[in-house]
Design a protein around this ligand. Structure first.
Ligand SMILES: [Zn+2]
Length: 164
């Protein structure tokens, strides 16, 4: 039983949440690796927004799979935007400029912490269209009201923006 659960977790799952002429919205979750099959997602056309908050792992082979998937979509004139990119996805965007050039990033999940109560969490940060500079939104801790700080250096976390 436990073994089957692990196999399932290592797969990519998705849910297409809206399909209309303005675009398709799909939520992706799980893991992207060398065995990932994008299935029906390869048939999407037009404008697509992928919500990547649930992608908790994506290894170097997985990024290659994902880039191949994006290339196939681009060949069909599909416009791909990504939103709520998890820290795992952001780290790949930063490592592979090729990846960040193939998608338009609308928002990311940024790891933040409270300097006073040391709680860590992720906040959703919108990326203004065409922006090349790290966004600097201000979030406060729900517990103590302190201003939350990024857990990673901002310039490093948002390095992918300079590749657009
Ligand atoms: Zn606090």
């Amino acid at each position: 039983m436990g073994k089957r659960c692990i196999v399932t977790m290592a797969m990519l799952h998705w849910k297409i949440t809206s399909r209309d002429p303005a675009g398709t919205h799909a939520v992706l979750y799980g893991e992207i690796n060398e065995a990932t099959d994008f299935g029906e997602l390869t048939l999407l056309r037009g404008r697509i927004v992928f919500d990547l908050t649930g992608i908790r792992r994506i290894n170097s082979f997985g990024v290659r799979q994902f880039l191949g998937f994006l290339d196939a979509l681009h060949d069909q004139k599909v416009i791909v935007e990504v939103e709520k990119c998890s820290p795992a996805v952001v780290s790949q965007l930063n490592m592979l400029p090729e990846f960040s050039r193939k998608v338009s990033v609308r928002s990311v999940q940024a790891p933040v912490e409270c300097p006073k109560c040391l709680g860590e969490r992720e906040v959703l940060v919108e990326i203004p269209r065409g922006s090349r500079r790290p966004p600097q939104p201000i979030y406060t801790c729900e517990e103590c009201g302190c201003v939350l700080e990024m857990s990673e250096p901002e310039d490093r976390y948002y390095a992918f923006l300079s590749e657009h």
